[in-house]
Every structure is written in structure tokens, then in C-alpha cells.
Ligand binder design. Structure first.
Ligand code: SF4
Length: 436
């Protein structure tokens, strides 16, 4: 018997900081790592907590989950890691958000009084997993709160997350016939789904194309679905007939572009690691990630942007992305790719520096050079960013349209028998009166 209720109805339950007995992870360090181990390395139903949390305090946390099963291979790690997000939230008074290095956990005061602590929550989570997935023969959960232990696990986790991303390098969208569509976040973003392609890892970064494939093979009804690509409708923007079909079955959208933030952008949820956003004043794209706490040139910080986009709506000009997508050769290629990017937080720029084309590296501003639209414009002009040429071309088009308009007026007058000659002059005609 559990000390609190356990049911799907608690999945969307929010616990405020004030109502929490204790909070763990974000904004402090929060790591969630699940790995497949050999049989002898996993002690079934073992749950450990390295020290007792203090009431009312915020703690860093690292959660290391070990699973074993004869049929389990490392490809399923990302899938089960995300499943924690769903199943742990069935526990009344237990809130688990985020993933990987962005984890947040809160236990409500009320449930704590009834006997729910990390250890008990761990046992319930193991129960839920083993009931749902027979392939998991053994499962163990270790909670670390001590800062030194958290740091150690964070170092190991970082390496493993990078290795998972590297596994994808030999794949491309062209070399596969199917993509995967993940609906695991529909508990909090009911109309959102991630399309997972080799060139577009998930918004949360937990599920790559390979992990999607492993998840579907193991559990075809588990919230991740196969989508045959079908006919290519727009190669540059990344639109496929078969993907649209499954996407429209799983969400309320009819079309989705994988590589553009305009018209039919991919949807977003609160697990997005970063957000790409359009800055109309410079006709460029900025990217802000969860680790940047300041304001972007748009005047919004990551949190307020995430609040706007995380409903699952298709919001033109904004798109949630994972860090992995910034490393993709198809990154926003429908909008001009890196040639269109004008702003990034400094720390993020350093993190993905080698993936930014070398001719663009010093042309993209950070918070050090641009904090608002005016300073951004100045920087882009100074650095001769390709977007500046785009502004000039835009003005040329505008001028050409005006000129064509004037020629049209002249043609109308000429057809009435009057000779009117305009030669390369800029004249605005408000009113013309012709007298005999
Ligand atoms: S962010 Fe996307 S891929 Fe990750 S769990 Fe949510 S829906 Fe699935």
C-alpha cells in the first residue's frame, strides 16, 4: 500500500515552491540519467538517498536509474528516461519536470506528511515501470543531493548525453524512410508532438531517431509512433506527406515544417532546451537557451518565451528546439540557416562554436554586444552580417515596386492621349488636374 494516491489524474498536478516540503534541481543543478546495466550491477527495488533533504530548502539533485533486462540495449535509455517524466507524475504530491540536465522535483508538504519522501517515491516509480514494461527485469534508483555527488554524476551524465548525440552522426534524413513522432508531453502540452528525424532531434534532447526506433520496436503504443516520410513536399523546409498525415492524427495541426519557424513551424513544449525566435526589426533569428537568465534583444527572457510557446500551439516566429538541433546540418535551412542567425547567448555560442560555420562566428552577436534591437542593428552593420545585404535587397524590391507603380500610372495617362514622360525621378503625385 502506498501512503498517497497513485493515478494518471495527478499527471498535470503543479506544486508551487511555497507548497513544497522541499524542492530539488532547477534552478539549481538537476540531473536525470537512466542507463541499462548488466544483471549483477542492478539490485532490484533498491532505492538510495545519499542524505536527508532539509525542509523548505532548494537542493541540487542527480537521479541515477539503473535498469536491466535481457532484451534491453542502450538504445532504449532515452525512451525510458522520458517515461520517468510521465509515470513519476502519477504520484499525488510529487512533481517531476524537465529531463537530462534540466530536472526539477518537488514534494508537496501534504504528501510528505502522509509519508511520501524520495525513497518512497522511488519504490512507487519502480512499481509503475515494472508493471508497464515486462522487459525491465530489475530496476534501481539512486538519489544524490550532496553537492559533491551531484557534481560527479553531472560529469558522467554530460559525457553520456554527448555519446548519445554522436551515435546519430552516420545517419541522415535521406538515408531513412521513417521518422518518429513523440507524444509523451501531451500530458502538459496536449496538442504538441515532436517529429524526430536524424537531422532534428527532439525538443527535450532525450529522444533521438535511434531511441525513437528502439522505443517503437519495444512498445508500439507507448507514445512514440512511426511516420513513413512519403512524398517530399518541400525539401528545404522539411515537409513530408507521410509525416503530415501522422502529425495531423496525433495533434490538431495539418502541416509541419521541420526546418522553418515560419508558416507551419514545429510545436513546442516546456521541455524545450532552447527557443529560436524571429526578430522582425532586423529580419533575423535569435536563439536563447534555458541556461541564459537574461533578456534577449526582443525584450523577453527564456522563461517568458517558453511560457508563450509551450502550449503546443503552432506559433509562427517561435520554435522550441533541443541543443542537438543546433548541431544539425539542416538547422533552420528553410529560413537561411546560420546566415539568418543574428543573436545567441555567449555561453551557448561557446558550447556550439564548432558547429557554427566559420564565416559566421564573429558576425553573430551575444549579450556582450547587443542587449536591444538598436545595439543589435549597429553590431550587424559593423560586422557586415549577411542579413544587412538582405535589408538592402529588400529596399531594392520596395523601390522597384514603387517604380513599377509610377510606370503604370504613366501608361494609364498615355492611353488617354496625353504624353507624360518620367525619367528616373522620385516623384510622389498626390493629385494631377488636366485642363483643356
Ligand atoms: S519533448 Fe518531444 S521528444 Fe521529448 S518527451 Fe516531449 S514530446 Fe517526446
Amino acid at each position: 500500500m502506498y501512503p498517497v494516491d497513485v493515478s494518471r489524474i495527478y499527471e498535470g498536478e503543479r506544486i508551487s515552491k511555497e507548497d513544497a516540503y522541499a524542492s530539488f534541481g532547477s534552478p539549481k543543478t538537476g540531473i536525470l540519467l537512466l542507463r541499462v546495466f548488466d544483471e549483477e550491477e542492478v539490485e532490484d527495488y533498491r532505492v538510495t538517498v545519499d542524505r536527508e533533504p532539509e525542509e523548505g530548502k532548494e537542493h541540487s539533485i542527480a537521479v541515477l536509474i539503473k535498469i536491466y533486462g535481457k532484451r534491453l540495449e542502450s538504445d532504449v535509455e532515452g525512451f525510458f528516461e522520458r517515461k520517468i517524466h510521465e509515470l513519476a507524475n502519477y504520484i499525488q504530491g510529487f512533481m517531476l519536470e524537465g529531463s537530462r540536465d534540466n530536472l526539477q522535483i518537488r514534494i508537496s508538504k501534504e504528501s510528505y506528511k502522509k509519508g511520501l519522501d524520495l525513497k518512497t517515491a522511488g519504490k512507487i516509480i519502480i512499481d509503475l515501470f515494472k508493471k508497464q514494461y515486462r522487459a525491465i527485469e530489475k530496476m534501481e534508483i539512486n538519489f544524490f543531493i550532496d553537492e559533491n555527488n551531484v557534481r560527479d554524476i553531472a560529469t558522467i551524465a554530460k559525457k553520456i548525453f554527448e555519446e548519445r548525440e554522436d551515435r546519430l552522426k552516420s545517419l541522415s534524413d535521406e538515408s531513412v524512410d521513417v521518422f518518429y513522432i513523440c507524444t509523451l508531453c501531451q500530458s502538459h502540452a496536449p496538442t504538441h508532438a515532436c517529429v524526430i528525424a536524424p537531422s532534428r532531434p527532439s525538443n527535450c534532447g532525450s529522444i533521438s531517431w535511434l531511441e525513437g526506433k528502439a522505443a517503437v520496436a519495444m512498445d508500439p503504443d507507448g507514445g512514440i509512433f512511426e511516420a513513413k516520410k512519403g512524398d517530399t513536399l518541400n525539401e528545404v523546409k522539411g515537409e513530408f506527406k507521410g509525416v503530415n498525415k501522422v502529425y495531423s492524427e496525433k495533434t490538431d495541426k495539418k502541416r509541419v515544417y521541420l526546418h522553418s519557424i515560419f508558416e507551419f513551424p514545429h510545436t513546442s513544449c516546456s521541455c524545450s532546451e532552447a527557443i529560436a525566435f524571429y526578430i522582425p526589426e532586423v529580419d533575423g533569428i535569435g536563439v536563447v537557451d534555458k541556461d541564459f537568465k537574461g533578456s534577449t534583444p526582443l525584450g523577453l527572457d527564456f522563461k517568458s518565451m517558453l511560457y508563450q510557446v509551450s502550449t503546443g500551439a503552432q506559433l509562427e516566429g517561435f520554435v522550441g528546439i533541443g541543443y542537438g538541433y543546433l548541431k544539425s546540418p539542416k538547422f533552420l535551412q528553410g529560413d537561411g540557416g546560420w546566415q539568418r542567425v543574428v543573436w545567441l547567448p555567449k555561453a551557448l555560442k561557446e558550447k556550439i562554436y564548432s558547429y557554427i560555420p566559420s564565416d559566421m562566428r564573429d558576425k553573430i552577436a551575444t549579450e556582450g554586444e547587443a542587449t536591444d534591437v538598436e545595439s543589435l542593428k549597429k553590431f550587424l552593420i559593423e560586422k557586415n552580417h549577411p542579413i544587412v545585404k538582405r535589408w538592402k535587397e529588400g529596399r531594392e524590391v520596395e523601390r522597384k515596386e514603387k517604380k513599377e507603380g509610377r510606370e503604370q500610372k504613366a501608361k494609364v495617362l498615355a492611353s488617354a492621349g496625353f504624353k507624360v514622360v518620367f525619367e528616373d525621378v522620385d516623384i510622389y503625385i498626390g493629385k494631377i488636374i488636366f485642363k483643356e
